[in-house]
Design a protein around this ligand. Structure first.
Ligand code: FE2
Ligand code: FE2
Length: 164
């Protein structure tokens, strides 16, 4: 049986992951408006992964016999100053999410909830990968600068990403 505090924390994180999915969907829409279909595709794939994260949390709560609580979500931002600003916002956001999972991990340790400790390890590894892949794109965007040809090539490269 899972404790009340841990249940609340994982429900909160499940809802945050649903928010994350909508944040990246909003970024996808922003890139569509810039005529950058590759970056839009990347954000769409990212959005689908975030829904997958939420459902992973749902699955753990279900398996542990916890009450699953789906809550209201804030609206994500609708626009950013430029492509670089959007990816920088994504990086900031992912850094925040990494700290959130560190907090859940610490709670699971306090609660001696070994099943949740093991469950959360996947997310901790995933966050390292997410931060690093977004940072890589930021560095490429900085190199491309205002050069339209480089941005076009970068957009094509981003479009090669598929979900999962
Ligand atoms: Fe996530
Ligand atoms: Fe993420």
């Amino acid at each position: 049986m899972i404790g009340k505090k841990m249940t609340d924390a994982l429900n909160l994180q499940m809802n945050r992951e649903f928010f994350n999915a909508r944040l990246y969907l909003s970024m996808a829409g922003y890139f569509e408006s810039l005529n950058m279909p590759g970056a839009a595709q990347w954000m769409m794939a990212q959005s689908q992964e975030e829904t997958g994260h939420a459902m992973r949390l749902y699955g753990h709560l279900r398996e542990r016999g916890a009450r699953i609580m789906v809550s209201a979500l804030d609206a994500p931002p609708e626009t950013w100053d430029n492509p670089l600003a959007a990816f920088e916002a994504a990086y900031e956001h992912e850094s925040k999410v990494s700290r959130e999972f560190d907090e859940h991990y610490a709670l699971a340790q306090d609660e001696k909830d070994n099943a949740t400790i093991i469950f959360l390890q996947w997310f901790i590894t995933e966050q390292v990968e997410e931060e690093s892949s977004v940072d890589e794109i930021i560095q490429k965007l900085k190199m491309a600068g205002e050069h339209r040809g480089s941005l076009f090539m970068l957009d094509r490269m981003l479009g090669e990403r598929t979900a999962g």
